[in-house]
Design a protein around this ligand. Structure first.
Ligand SMILES: [Zn+2]
Length: 135
C-alpha cells in the first residue's frame, strides 16, 4: 500500500492511486473531466494547479507499449481534446507532458500547464519539480 498526500490536505492509503481514481473510489477535486470505457481524465489530486490534468488508462498497465491499438488511438484523441480545452477555456499557451513508467500508480500522463508565474522557477524540465512543490 502507498500513502498519498492530496492537495486537499488529506492522505489516502491505496495500492494504486490510478485504479482508485479511475474506478471512482477516490473523487478528484473538480470531478471527472472526461471518462470513456478506456480512459479517465481528472484534475491532479496532489498539486493544486488549475488545468493540471491527468489522463489515466483504466487498465492497470504501465507502459505506452502495453496499450492496445484501440487504447492508443483513443489516448491521442483524448490528449488533443484536453489540450484544446486548456487552450480555449483556461488560455493555457504551453503545456509540458510527462509520463513515467516506474510509477507506483499505473499509466497516466500529466498535462502540466505553464503559467507566467512558473517562469520565476526557470524554463524546461528542471523547473517543474520546484513549481509543483511551490504550488
Ligand atoms: Zn492501477
Amino acid at each position: 500500500m502507498n500513502n498519498i498526500p492530496l492537495s486537499n490536505g488529506t492522505t489516502v492509503e491505496v495500492r494504486c492511486l490510478s485504479c482508485a481514481l479511475t474506478s471512482g473510489l477516490i473523487k478528484p477535486d473538480g470531478g471527472v473531466i472526461i471518462e470513456t470505457p478506456l480512459f479517465h481524465a481528472h484534475q491532479d489530486v496532489a498539486y493544486p494547479i488549475p488545468g493540471l490534468v491527468i489522463l489515466a488508462s483504466k487498465r492497470h498497465v504501465f507502459g505506452l507499449d502495453e496499450l492496445t491499438e484501440e487504447e492508443s488511438i483513443e489516448y491521442l484523441q483524448l490528449l488533443r481534446r484536453i489540450r484544446k480545452a486548456q487552450r480555449e477555456v483556461l488560455k493555457i499557451e504551453h503545456v509540458y507532458y510527462f509520463y513515467n513508467e516506474d510509477t507506483t500508480h499505473h499509466f497516466h500522463t500529466w498535462l502540466v500547464p505553464r503559467y507566467t508565474w512558473m517562469y520565476a522557477f526557470g524554463r524546461s524540465v528542471e523547473s517543474v519539480r520546484p513549481v509543483l512543490l511551490h504550488a
